[in-house]
Design a protein. Structure first.
Length: 115
């Protein structure tokens, strides 16, 4: 059974801080003589997403449990809905969540990568 993004966490990240970085799908080879050769690695493009959420203390606890336990500190993939296209993607954490106090809430940032 696939792991899904917790229903008690926000569906969409904050617009400010959102980044959708297309995956680098090229392979560059330095030749002994002549120009560098560059080619497409494969036909699959895996994007990376930098996301920022504003979470309550309860939501922060949910995300901590999801990251540390459910995804085994980010190594297990899970399903997450892209906030713009609404497509369900299989992603992994590429950085641990960082929690910064923001009034009574927490500004939380991390990166995800399609898997």
């Amino acid at each position: 059974m696939a792991i899904t993004w917790p229903a008690t966490l926000p569906d969409k990240p904050q617009q400010r801080g959102w980044e959708d970085k297309p995956g680098d799908n090229s392979l560059t080879t330095q030749m002994e003589v002549g120009p560098v050769k560059k080619r497409q690695r494969n036909t699959l493009f895996l994007d990376e997403f930098k996301v920022t959420y504003i979470l309550t203390a309860a939501q922060m606890a949910t995300l901590k449990t999801f990251f540390e336990t459910t995804t085994s500190s980010g190594v297990t993939e899970f399903e997450w809905d892209h906030p713009i296209t609404a497509a369900t993607l299989t992603v992994i954490f590429t950085s641990a969540p960082v929690y910064i106090p923001h009034g009574i809430d927490y500004l939380t940032t991390f990166t995800l990568k399609e898997n």
